[in-house]
Design a protein. Structure first.
Length: 218
């Protein structure tokens, strides 16, 4: 299958990128880390067939998925070669050790796409650190009060998984719920999505499952 390969930031110095370039030839492009509209859209709009392969961090992948969403190209299969094989996305997608073969020759399968109410997406791990407030997940209320952190990841069944970490003795207390949407309201907090901090603190935040899934190659 023909592929458009995007190497993000420092990823283009890696051995994996050299291997991808050898496979893709003119289909390989070097772009900045956490790329924006002008870096990605012209390349995506030129795709008429094949798949997209992203080499970089979870934040890079999220930035590119945002562009797929904006230009209504979620039909494009997406392979991923993370610079950190232990990244949250690598774990969620259950990527094997042979990342390049999985990204280029793997099977295409749907995987939930999680969005937020500020126009972003979450492909791996979202964190609300040191919160005090209320968390709703569908009909459940897993938090009223303080918590050390709230973690949100895409979930292959309902859409997203919420992990509440509370302070306890002798160890933290952890509770988990799943659903299609999670909402936080309370004291200001700075959300972190796929390793990138939101530019400002907010007292309300929502992550929710998009109506269309990503088509991931793995």
């Amino acid at each position: 299958m023909a592929a458009l390969m995007l190497g993000c930031g420092a990823a283009v110095t890696s051995g994996d990128w050299r291997k991808l370039v050898a496979r893709a030839g003119s289909g390989a492009h070097e772009i900045p880390a956490t790329p924006g509209k002008s870096d990605v859209d012209p390349l995506l709009k030129g795709m008429t067939e094949g798949q997209l392969v992203v080499h970089g961090s979870d934040a890079d992948l999220a930035a590119i998925v945002v562009r797929l969403l904006r230009i209504e190209r979620l039909d494009v299969p997406v392979g991923y070669v993370p610079t950190d094989p232990g990244s949250p996305v690598a774990r969620l997608w259950e990527l094997p050790k042979d990342l390049i073969t999985a990204a280029l020759d793997g099977r295409v399968a749907p995987f939930p796409l999680v969005r937020d109410d500020n126009g972003g997406v979450l492909v791996g791990l979202g964190v609300l650190p040191a919160v005090r407030g209320t968390v709703y997940c569908d009909d459940a209320t897993p938090l009223r009060g303080p918590a050390r952190r709230v973690e949100v990841t895409p979930d292959p069944e309902l859409g997203l998984r919420v992990r509440i970490v509370r302070k306890g003795l002798p160890r933290n207390k952890v509770s988990t719920v799943t659903g299609r949407a999670v909402q936080f309201g309370g004291e200001p907090v700075t959300p972190v999505h796929d390793g990138v901090a939101h530019p400002r603190s907010v007292n309300r935040w929502t992550w929710y499952r998009h109506t269309d899934d990503l088509r991931v190659v793995r």
